[in-house]
Design a protein around this ligand. Structure first.
Ligand code: P6P
Length: 334
């Protein structure tokens, strides 16, 4: 395949679909460059004194890893001065981050989980960066959390970088999903997969089975039927994967199909699952739907959910459409 850089792809997309105005192209290229820097920091491991915890907690009450903070700083610093953003929001920061007055402001708002799966950092398992792009409301003054409370269907772009055996960037601006691989020698992102499509059916599911005694009946029924295999109601054997890094699990599903589940469970009725809507579920739902898959909270499309809090959590069922339809059906049938 002729090498197509991220820049060339974005320029050609703008010509073809008029879907990537110059400011959005700048935003995407700045985020992609920041992900290169994060990949470099992650790759150092113990040699770079970046492993271990920072002895601080984030808004989620989770102990922050050094690389969580480093990655967050990299994204903030990369995006502050460009003039393409009005504000940012991050899993690692309690409140939104307005662009400092010394810089011009733009029409976009960037949300991100700077380093998802950070429990895997110290054991050298794939982790990633997830990002979501919203338009700032018309006539917005000083940005507030309320300006971010838009359903995922309002996203103009979404993507993730996965720091695994290869460093890859998966991106959608609403016209399909494309994958870029980092050429470490040249330091450039190269288009390596166009128009990724999730197979409609699958024999592979992803869930943390250690929580099974806490699941609600629809999830128990769905997983038990798959575990029953070819002699059970599904009439086929299933395989299971759980990396405990959403980016890695979603990338596998995008590459070969599967269904990913992080359901709510009986442990805490006030906490509907573990994953966050604004900067995990929404961007991944846009990517999955753009690749022909489906993403629900068990009852409705993730992208239709009207947010009420920046860090709100949501149950997540996403991947091969036929399977997401089955498990969602078990929830809505009552
Ligand atoms: P558990 C990582 O901490 C994360 O937010 C997602 O990337 C991942 O899918 C999930 O949590 C793993 O959760 O409970 O299996 O450790």
């Amino acid at each position: 395949m002729k090498r197509v850089s991220l820049t060339q792809y974005l320029v050609e997309e703008q010509r073809k679909n008029n879907s990537i105005p110059a400011e959005l192209r700048l935003l995407i290229e700045v985020v992609a460059r920041a992900c290169k820097t994060i990949s470099h920091a992650v790759g150092k491991g113990a040699l770079g004194d970046v492993l271990g915890t920072a002895n601080t907690e984030n808004i989620q009450g989770e102990v922050q890893k050094k690389l969580d903070i480093i990655s967050n700083e990299i994204l903030l610093e990369a995006n502050e001065w460009g003039g393409h953003l009005a504000a940012m929001a991050s899993e690692e920061m309690e409140s939104i981050h307005p662009i400092p007055n010394r810089y011009p402001k733009g029409e976009y708002m960037l949300l991100f989980d700077p380093l998802d799966g950070s429990s895997n950092i110290d054991v050298n398992v794939s982790i990633g960066t997830i990002f979501s792009v919203l338009k700032a409301p018309e006539g917005m003054g000083e940005p507030s959390e309320a300006d971010f409370m838009q359903p995922g269907s309002e996203q103009v772009a979404a993507g993730y970088a996965v720091y695994g055996p290869q460093t890859m960037l998966v991106l959608t601006t609403g016209n399909g999903v494309n994958c870029f691989t980092l050429d470490r020698e040249m330091g450039s992102w190269v288009l390596t997969q166009r128009n990724m499509q999730i197979p409609e059916t699958t024999k592979e599911f992803a869930i943390n089975m250690s929580n099974s005694r806490h699941w609600y009946p629809p999830v128990t029924r769905y997983v038990d039927e798959m575990l029953a295999g070819s002699t059970g109601p599904r009439g086929k054997d299933f395989n299971m994967r759980w990396v405990a890094s959403m980016v890695a699990d979603v990338h596998r599903i995008l590459s070969r199909g599967g269904v990913f589940m992080y359901p709510a469970d009986t442990r805490d009725t006030a906490m509907p699952g573990k994953l966050r809507l604004m900067y995990e579920a929404n961007p991944m739902a846009m990517i999955v739907e753009q690749a022909g898959g489906a993403a629900t909270d068990g009852k409705q499309r993730i992208l239709d959910i009207v947010p009420h809090k920046l860090h709100q959590r949501v149950p997540v069922f996403l991947g091969s459409k036929a399977e997401v339809d089955v498990v969602t059906g078990y929830h809505t049938q009552g």
